[in-house]
Design a protein around this ligand. Structure first.
Ligand SMILES: [Zn+2]
Length: 142
């Protein structure tokens, strides 16, 4: 399960709408407890900083970006607990590409952006054998 505040969900949706028709992506910073539950305390947009052509239309966080995010998170005593990205004019289901490029234990939040408007938002996590994603429960509270 992943817990986010409404403001974090709003930030993900807004980023998806701002970058439409391109995909947006970013990091989810927070804490991971012993049961594997995550609580998000901040979101860090990434695709804003990218060159137009480098964005393409596929979600990819480079190892450098992950490292920079982890460094930032550690400074405030936290970790990167997951990633978010948008699917412009597609559902919030994880794609085969997403599956092949995913790392275990992280959450992958996907927001569907239909004609510029944020729609469905789902979180995915790899199963232990890394063969498929399962739909992770999102808890949104204060
Ligand atoms: Zn995707």
């Amino acid at each position: 399960m992943i817990s986010l505040k409404p403001e974090h969900l709003d930030a993900v949706r807004r980023h998806g709408e701002t970058d439409y028709p391109h995909e947006c992506c970013g990091l989810l910073i927070g804490r991971l407890d012993a049961q594997g539950n995550k609580s998000v305390v901040d979101t860090i947009p990434i695709s804003n900083a990218r060159e137009e052509e480098a964005r393409g239309n596929r979600f990819l966080i480079t190892p450098d970006e992950l490292l920079a995010g982890e460094r930032l998170a550690r400074q405030v005593g936290m970790d990167v607990v997951g990633f978010y990205h948008s699917h412009p004019d597609h559902s919030a289901a994880a794609s085969q590409f997403d599956l092949e490029h995913a790392w275990p234990t992280y959450s992958y939040i996907i927001v569907s952006v239909l004609q510029g408007k944020a729609d469905e938002l789902l979180s995915w996590e790899l199963t232990e054998n890394r063969s498929v994603f399962y739909n992770e429960q999102i808890r949104s509270g204060e």
